[in-house]
Design a protein around this ligand. Structure first.
Ligand code: ADP
Length: 597
C-alpha cells in the first residue's frame, strides 16, 4: 500500500497512541482489580476469623457428651445459615475431608469451591481465587476452621465484586470516550504538524522537478536553523553548483559552436549508431539538409553513408574527392578516439572548387604562356636562321630585323605582365603614391598609345573637365592601368576605328572612361574578364597577333583596388566597349586641362 509521508506519520502516531492507550487501560484495570481484591480479601479474612469465633460460640452453646468435631458436623446447616445471616453473604462449610456439609444457598452447581478447599487442605491456610460467575467478578475464599486448636473443617465464601465490575464499565466507557477524542485531536495535530514538517520536502520536490526541467537557478526559502534548514542549504548550494556547471557547459558549447561555425569546412560527427552528434552550418550550405538527426537523413548524399560505413567496418581514415552540385568537394572521414570502448566518427567536407579552378587556370595559363612565348620565339629563331643561311638584300634584312624587334617587344610585354602578377601575388607590389594630376598622366598615356594605334589608323581622342582635381596614386602603375585598357581597346577595334578617352569630376571622384567601337564583350564574359589568366576567346586574342596571357585586366583591377577606386564595364557584341574607372579626389584644386585631341 502506498502511503505518503504525512499518511505514515499519522498512522504511526495513531498506532503509538492506541498501544499506549491500551497499556494505560490495562494497568488502570489491574490497579483497580488489585485494590478491590485486596479490600475484599481483607474483608473475607476478617469474616473467616469471625466465622471461627461464631462456630466456637455455637459449639460452646451446645456443649454435651459429643466432641466439637461431631457437634460441628451435626449443626453444620444451622451454623452455615447463621454465618450467612451474620455476614450477609453466601457461606459453605466443608468437613476435614473436603466434603460439602452445609450451603447457605440452595442453588447448587453454579459455583464450585472444591479446588480452593483442596488447596487450603494441602497448605493449611486460607485460599482466595478470582473468577467470573455469570459474567460477574467473583471471589472464592476458603479458610480452615479451628476451634480450641483442633481443626473442624473449612468455611468457604463466595463474594461477588459487582461494584468493581460497575466501576470497570464506567471507567472503560470514559476511557473509550477520552480515547476517541484523543485520537481525533491527535489526528488533527499530527496532520497539521506533518504538513508543516513536509512543506520543505514538498519544496525540495518542486525544485527537483524544476531542475529536471532545466531550470537550475532555483532556491528554497527556509529560515529555521534545524536539520531541514541544513538540508535546504545543501540543496540550494547543489542547485547553484549545477547552475554554474550548466552555464559553464553552455558557454563551452557556445565556444565550441563558434569554433565549429568559424571553420570554413563542413563538419559532421556521427556515433556508432549513425546518430549525428554535431554538425556545423556548412553542412546545410553544402547539402541543403537543415537539421539532420542521423546519417540516413542525407538521402541524396550516399557518399557520406559510404564513408561512414567504411569507417564502421574498421578503416581509420578515408579521403575522397567528389563532384556535388557543380562543386568539387574533398571528403575526409576519420575516427574520433574516445576514452573507453566507444568510438565516434567525423567527416570533414572541404570545398576545393577554388583550388581546382586555380589548378585548371594554372594549367591553362602554363599552356597559354608556353604558347605565347613559343610563337614570338619561333618567329625570331626562324628569321635569324634565314639570315644566317643566305645572303639577303637590305629590304629583307630591314623587314626581318623589324619583325624580330616586334616579337622581342611582345615577349618583353608578356614577361613584364608575368612579373607584375608574380609581384601582386607576393604582395610585394611597391606603390610609390603621391598627389598627382591625372590629366597630365592621361595626356602622356594617350600620346604614347596613339603611336601604337597609328599603324592601324585608329584615332584616340582625349577630353577632360577643366576643373579636374588631383588624386593620390602611383604614377607608373596608373599609367600601366590606362595603357592596358587602351591596349585592349586598340587590339579589339577594327582598323580605322576611333577610341574616346574622357575624364570628368563627379561626386568627389575623378571618372575616366575609355570607349572603343570594336568587337565588344558578351554579357556572360563581362564578369570574368578581370580574373587572372582569363581570355574571352583564346583564338580571337591570339589571332590578332597581339595576344596576351589574360593578365591585362587582372592587373588593371589590382591597381584600381590598391587606389580605393572602382571599375565597371559596359559592352555589347559588335558595338564596342566602355570601361569606366573612378578614383577618390584628394583636393578641389582645378588641374588645368583643356580639351585635348
Ligand atoms: P589579354 O592580356 O590577354 O588581352 P586581358 O585581361 O587584357 O587579357 O583581357 C581579357 C579578355 O577581355 C581578353 O581576352 C579580351 O577578349 C577581352 N577584352 C578586354 N578588353 C576588351 C575590349 N576593349 N574589347 C573587346 N574585348 C576585350
Amino acid at each position: 500500500m502506498h502511503l505518503t509521508f504525512s499518511g505514515r506519520m499519522i498512522l504511526y502516531n495513531v498506532i503509538f497512541f492506541i498501544v499506549t492507550f491500551c497499556l494505560v487501560i490495562f494497568f488502570v484495570i489491574q490497579g483497580i482489580t488489585l485494590r478491590y481484591v485486596n479490600d475484599a480479601g481483607d474483608q473475607l479474612t476478617a469474616m473467616a476469623q469471625d466465622a471461627n469465633l461464631y462456630i466456637k460460640q455455637e459449639l460452646h452453646k451446645n456443649a454435651g457428651a459429643t466432641d466439637d468435631k461431631t457437634r460441628f458436623l451435626q449443626n453444620a446447616n444451622r451454623i452455615g445459615s447463621g454465618l450467612a445471616t451474620l455476614e450477609n453473604t453466601r457461606v459453605r462449610l466443608y468437613d476435614l475431608d473436603g466434603q460439602l456439609i452445609a450451603d447457605s444457598s440452595s442453588t447448587t452447581g453454579e459455583v464450585d469451591l472444591n479446588e480452593e478447599v483442596k488447596m487450603s487442605m494441602t497448605n493449611d491456610t486460607a485460599v482466595m481465587t478470582l473468577t467470573k460467575v455469570n459474567s460477574i467478578s467473583t471471589l472464592y475464599y476458603v479458610a480452615p476452621i479451628t476451634v480450641n486448636n483442633s481443626p473442624l473443617g473449612y468455611v468457604g465464601y463466595i463474594h461477588y465484586l459487582e461494584e468493581m465490575d460497575n466501576f470497570f464499565s464506567i471507567t472503560i466507557v470514559l476511557f473509550v470516550f477520552g480515547g476517541v477524542i484523543g485520537l481525533i485531536v491527535l489526528f488533527i495535530v499530527v496532520l497539521n504538524y506533518s504538513s508543516h514538517f513536509v512543506q520543505p520536502i514538498r519544496d525540495l520536490t518542486k525544485i527537483s522537478k524544476e531542475i529536471t526541467d532545466g531550470n537550475y537557478n532555483v532556491n528554497i526559502h527556509y529560515s529555521k536553523d534545524d536539520e531541514i534548514g541544513d538540508l535546504t542549504k545543501v540543496y540550494n548550494q547543489m542547485s547553484s553548483n549545477i547552475d554554474n556547471v550548466v552555464l559553464q557547459l553552455q558557454s563551452e558549447q557556445e565556444r565550441l559552436g563558434g569554433v565549429l561555425a568559424s571553420i570554413d569546412d563542413g563538419l559532421l560527427a556521427i556515433d556508432t549508431e549513425g546518430n549525428i552528434i554535431t554538425f556545423n552550418s556548412y553542412i546545410k550550405t553544402y547539402f541543403g539538409v537543415i537539421n539532420p538527426k542521423t546519417i540516413y537523413d542525407f538521402k541524396y548524399q550516399s557518399f557520406l553513408r559510404d564513408i561512414y560505413d567504411s569507417l564502421k567496418t574498421g578503416k581509420k581514415r578515408i579521403s575522397e574527392e567528389i563532384d556535388c552540385d557543380g562543386r568539387n568537394l574533398l571528403l575526409i572521414g576519420s575516427r574520433i578516439q574516445k576514452t573507453g570502448l566507444e568510438e565516434n566518427y567525423m567527416i570533414v567536407i572541404k570545398n576545393i572548387t577554388p583550388t581546382k579552378q586555380l589548378q585548371n587556370e594554372q594549367r591553362k595559363f602554363i599552356s597559354s604562356v608556353s604558347h605565347e612565348l613559343r610563337t614570338p620565339l619561333t618567329t625570331i629563331i626562324g628569321y635569324t636562321d634565314m639570315l644566317q643561311r643566305r645572303h639577303v638584300d637590305q629590304k629583307i634584312l630591314d623587314n626581318s630585323l623589324s619583325t624580330i624587334n616586334r616579337e622581342g617587344h611582345r615577349l618583353l610585354r608578356l614577361v613584364d605582365d608575368l612579373l607584375n602578377v608574380n609581384q601582386f601575388d607576393k604582395l610585394e607590389f611597391d606603390f610609390k603614391k603621391q598627389i598627382l594630376n591625372i590629366y597630365d598622366l592621361l595626356v602622356d598615356v594617350v600620346a604614347q598609345m596613339q603611336i601604337k594605334a597609328f599603324p592601324r589608323e585608329i584615332d584616340i581622342s582625349y577630353k577632360s573637365d577643366n576643373n579636374l582635381p588631383n588624386i593620390y596614386g602611383d604614377y607608373d602603375r596608373l599609367s600601366q592601368l590606362f595603357i592596358n585598357i587602351l591596349h585592349n581597346a586598340i587590339k579589339y577595334s577594327d582598323s580605322g576605328g576611333i577610341i574616346d578617352v574622357i575624364s570628368t569630376y563627379e561626386d568627389q571622384r575623378v571618372v575616366v572612361s575609355i570607349r572603343d567601337y570594336g568587337v565588344g564583350i558578351s554579357e556572360a564574359e563581362k564578369n570574368n574578364i578581370f580574373n587572372a589568366f582569363y581570355r574571352v576567346e583564346e583564338d580571337r586574342a591570339r589571332s590578332e597577333g597581339e595576344g596576351g596571357a589574360g593578365l591585362g585586366l587582372y592587373i588593371v583591377k589590382e591597381i584600381v583596388d590598391k587606389h580605393d577606386g572602382e571599375i565597371s564595364i559596359e559592352s555589347q557584341i559588335g558595338e564596342g566597349t566602355n570601361i569606366t574607372v573612378l578614383f577618390p579626389a584628394v583636393e578641389e584644386l582645378p588641374a588645368g586641362g583643356d580639351d585635348y585631341e
